[in-house]
Write a protein that binds this ligand. Structure first.
Ligand SMILES: N[C@@H](CCC[C@H](N)C(=O)O)C(=O)O
Length: 268
């Protein structure tokens, strides 16, 4: 049976999206999902999402990493799925949907920016590995390494694949692993914070990671950044706004940025 797909990207984090309101897609076939995401033999994507019907919600988001395995929350994916729901006419401007980490609200602004409300986040923990490093769970697990301003090489030249791979597979994160973000601290914390991310399940650097920049923005608030924090990724700029509670946790966390349809097609 042929498959109709849509390709979306949010700051270069790209996804195959399938309208699965009829619940016909075999979500247990991980090798097929990996093949669809393959950049040489398939459509090519960092992940695949299904838009499904869900009682009490506008829709349900079902997310798989490029390796074909179901995973935790994807912030850029969620924003792209909201744009897709609008494209389908499932929503107009506001969305209330269910994802693996619980219910989410979202809004599509007049300029196409998609704002997604993330889960409340516990205070940053010092990471088991790395003196200056922190760990946060923003729907997905994120290790954050702030590069020393004097550190060489700078973020642009940093070997994100090698360092990210080492931390992702470090025993401290066994068995689930973690995503890993590297951050250049800007001279002025009101300027965008440059971030590069190694993503678990893609097993490579991606152009951007929504739950990753959310984690970085919250961690950056302990280093002088005030809400809303702007973050620059290799794929473009995102913004994160939030409120900090007395116990150090974060509420009312919103991730905002572009989410665009690239093309669609049929696969045999
Ligand atoms: N790109 C996503 C994160 C996707 C999930 C991640 N790879 C994991 O397995 O934890 C985002 O935009 O948040």
């Amino acid at each position: 049976m042929s498959l109709t797909f849509h390709k979306y990207q949010g700051t270069g984090n790209d996804f195959v999206i399938i309208d699965d309101r009829a619940a016909q897609f075999d979500h247990t076939d991980q090798s097929r999902i990996a093949a669809l995401c393959h950049r040489r033999f398939g459509i090519g994507a960092d992940g695949l999402m299904l838009l499904r019907n869900r009682e009490g919600y506008d829709f349900e988001m079902v997310y798989f990493n490029a390796d074909g395995a179901p995973s935790s929350m994807c912030g850029n994916g969620g924003r792209c799925l909201v744009a897709f729901a609008k494209h389908l006419g499932v929503i107009e401007t506001n969305a209330h949907f269910l994802a693996v980490d619980g219910p989410h609200e979202a809004r599509v602004e007049a300029d196409g920016t998609v704002r997604l409300k993330m889960i409340d986040v516990a205070a940053p923990q010092r990471a088991d590995i790395g003196e200056e490093d922190v760990f946060l769970h923003t729907g997905s697990p994120h290790h954050i390494h702030f590069l020393d301003p004097e550190e060489s090489p700078s973020l642009a030249e940093f070997n994100v694949f090698a360092a990210g791979h080492d931390i992702r597979y470090d025993q401290a994160y066994d068995p689930a692993g973690t995503n890993v973000n590297f951050v250049q601290v800007p001279a002025d914390p009101a300027q965008p914070w440059p971030v590069r991310t190694y993503e678990r399940g893609v097993e490579d650097e991606t152009y951007s990671c929504g739950t990753g920049v959310t984690a970085v923005a919250l961690a950056a608030s302990q280093r002088g950044a005030a809400s809303p924090v702007r973050l620059s990724t290799p794929g473009g700029e995102l913004e994160v706004s939030f409120e900090t509670q007395a116990n150090g946790s974060f509420t009312n966390v919103w991730l905002s940025g572009p989410a665009l349809r690239v093309f669609g097609g049929e696969i045999a």
